[in-house]
Ligand binder design. Sequence first.
Ligand SMILES: Cc1ncc(COP(=O)(O)O)c(C=O)c1O
Length: 359
Amino acid sequence: MTTVATMIPHSRPAIGQEDFRATTEVLRSGQIAQGPWVERFERGMAGFFGLQGGVAVSSGTAALELALRALRIGAGDEVIMPSYVCPAPWLATQRVGAQATLVDIDLNTFNIDPLAVCQVVTNRTRAIIIPHLFGLPADLTALERLGIALIEDCAQTLGSTEQGRPVGTVGRLTVCSFYATKLLCAGEGGMVLSNEGALLERVRSLREYDGAPKLDPSSCNLKLTDLQAALGLSQLGRLSTFHERRRFLATAYREALSSKAAVCPSVPPGRTHGYYRFTIRLPHLRTDPEGLLGLISTLEQQGIHCRKPVFRPLHRYLDQSGFPNSDEADRTALSIPLYPGLTDDEVHQILQSLTKVLS
Ligand SMILES: Cc1ncc(COP(=O)(O)O)c(C=O)c1O
């Protein structure tokens, strides 16, 4: 395969002078592990959501695990989640010894389908993990009617709204990820946020073993460092600028691609989209199992790194069936580069290649 010299990456963190200043200040202070910057970042994120508090941890996956533990979910309990998501929610559920019940998605939004959720609720269901995928809120209004604890997974969506309510403010617990390519990056990192002080206290006590009154085998070291927190906090200050650029790019993509063979991201009434990912659907690939990978390879040869937005639906790892929408998304969904640092020239190049291959 021939590859071009300059590849437009699928994702790129937006690191600016403010980030250099903030992290240098921490390095100079001599205090780089968990300390005052972590507390500041927790207050900053809680303020962003308008929630009582947050507890910073080492990753989004750790945040999911501690959110489940805070709800005292364990062996014998069931946790519902969509199949079309990265393995983090399933892994967290396994870690606490609970059973993960997978459901299908709504193909138009790529998010968990509330009707599918209704069909699998049992008297052992203790929580629903709701990833808001690609920047679009899930149907929180329908999900909260079920009266089950909601854990909002905001790893891919911050600031978008559903019926006027920002994501992360509806569930009992909210988790974030600050992985390098996320909306806010800290290299790695995560946070659990809530309006319930008791849940926050439990997460705080679970994140580290130092100072615990007795030895507890489930204790961990899942702390964030001040160095990461300074980067996250500095990025938080620019989140609205990042979103503005993302929305601008999404409009440009939408205009250029709407007449092609691509279905652009849909935004149901009452919801706003943050465009963490610009994921298009290519229905003509529905019956072509290798088509999507072939297209990704063609675009790569033209210097554009596109990806399947979810590597593999969870039901396929687990040999389960009955998830037609997740299967269709797996065959037809393509994520094209969209991030604040994308230059106008790069956008032009992406659109030129895409319109050509989709004509
Ligand atoms: C929806 C969702 N939840 C959770 C995670 C896990 O976050 P982390 O990579 O920080 O563990 C991710 C990461 O990709 C994600 O996309």
